[in-house]
Design a protein around this ligand. Structure first.
Ligand SMILES: Cc1ncc(COP(=O)(O)O)c(C=O)c1O
Length: 417
């Protein structure tokens, strides 16, 4: 039996323990394990946003002088501190969905003779839908990799699925949104390039939780959310990355004025920026960018190495607690056991997952989330999650299921599958 004291001892020895107090915590009794859906609010963000709002009030349109290069400035900061990319390869703007569309579209234009996009069946829905839409619009085939739902796609799966030479673009998640499986970016990128395809990574669940080495791995494109492990808040803008060597030949599908070379010349025709800024479209979300900057600085200050080490330990404790207390209650681990092959969240599968998730929120003050068809997902952002939170969440979960409390929650609505 793993007691509460073990979790308390791990917290006492945690080199990142001081970071927790730098985030806003509402209800002290609530165990929040959904930071990989929406990260907690950093206290520094409250101040930074108030400052930005003051600037808006006092400087009005004159503020644009300082705000206009935030997409590139914050992009460079993320490149250096979180993404392992080079200066001039990242900008921040728009949503992950929109950025994925822009980059996938540009990639397809760069591989005109090829007829196929490859993704995996378990990739995040918006990624699959955007790719499906592009295929429908261009008369291409969307090939869906069948892979193990827990371990996710491997380089050999990708190589096999591309062997006909038809694949223009491969689009995968670095950390899978449901299982938390961490893909081998370098090996899969090499397999993609060996097949003559370009590769686009979704880093939404890895940016700020695991080391990302875009330059070293040779990745072509990447996108990702900033409101998860980067704690930039609801609707904060997404980042996009393009490998420098590709920039010259690529064209954005959205010819907006923020991608224009001499924007305020208001010229008669579109003449895009040569660099990654060509992928900007309209007016940047200044408040959201301000919050992304704070989140990136927090990750840099803590160090991604220390964040990763704690993420491995937090998920390791969760796996141990699953094995000792939850497996006997009918749960199955939906996340890789090998810590090198998982990110910073853990999914537990159970036929009553939906009711269990509702009961945890409504009756036990634990906030995970449900991911269909049968997973309760627990996110452990290392900057503010205590080992005690992991222990408490799983202790309350096992008691609730032992007592059958979840059975008192009405069954899942029909639309949730
Ligand atoms: C892996 C992944 N990609 C994309 C998205 C969606 O991004 P957005 O709604 O900001 O476009 C999410 C949202 O949770 C996600 O988890």
């Amino acid at each position: 039996m793993i007691g509460r004291e073990r979790a308390e001892a791990l917290d006492a020895a945690d080199p990142l323990r001081g970071f927790r107090a730098r985030f806003v915590h509402g209800d002290p009794g609530r165990i929040y394990v959904d930071g990989n859906s929406l990260g907690r609010l950093p206290k520094a963000t409250v101040e930074a946003l108030a400052g930005r709002v003051d600037e808006w009030g006092s400087r009005l349109v004159g503020g644009w002088h300082d705000w206009i290069d935030l997409p590139a400035r914050v992009g460079d900061l993320l490149a250096e501190t979180v993404l392992g990319a080079r200066p001039g390869e990242v900008v921040v703007s728009d949503s992950t969905t929109v950025n994925l569309y822009k980059l996938a579209s540009a990639a397809l234009d760069a591989r005109p003779g090829r007829r196929t996009i490859l993704t995996d069946r378990d990739n995040f829905p918006t990624d699959r839908y955007v790719l499906e839409g592009l295929c429908a619009a261009r008369g291409l085939e969307l090939r869906r990799l069948e892979c193990d739902p827990v371990s996710g796609p491997a380089a050999a799966d990708v190589a096999r699925a591309c062997c006909d030479g038809e694949v223009a673009l491969i689009s995968l998640s670095h950390v899978a949104y449901r299982s938390g499986a961490l893909a081998d970016m370098e090996a899969i990128t090499t397999a993609a390039h060996d097949a003559g395809a370009l590769i686009l990574w979704d880093l939404s669940h890895s940016a700020g939780s695991v080391p990302v080495e875009l330059a070293e791995s040779g990745a072509d494109f990447a996108v990702g959310c900033t409101y998860k492990y980067l704690s930039a808040g609801p609707g904060a803008p997404s980042f996009l990355f393009v490998r420098s060597e590709l920039l010259e030949e690529l064209r954005s599908p959205i010819w907006g004025w923020f991608g224009q070379r001499d924007q305020f010349a208001m010229g008669p025709v579109y003449d895009p920026e040569p660099g990654v800024a060509k992928f900007l479209a309209g007016t940047p979300p200044v408040l959201g960018l301000t919050a992304v900057e704070v989140g990136a600085r927090l990750v840099a200050e803590a160090g991604i190495g220390a964040i990763r080490a704690k993420g491995v330990a937090l998920t390791g404790l969760a796996v141990e607690l699953h094995d000792s207390r939850l497996a006997p209650l009918g749960f199955e681990l939906g996340t890789p056991r090998d810590p090198a092959r998982r990110g910073s969240h853990v999914s537990l599968c159970h036929p009553e997952a939906w009711r269990i998730c509702r009961a945890l929120i409504e009756r036990a003050n634990v906030v995970p989330d449900f991911r269909g068809p049968d997973s309760v997902r627990f996110g452990f952002p290392p900057l503010y999650t205590r080992f005690l939170d992991v222990w408490e969440a799983f202790d309350r979960l096992s008691r609730l299921v032992e007592r059958g409390e979840h059975l008192q929650v009405s069954a899942a609505p029909a639309r949730i599958t």
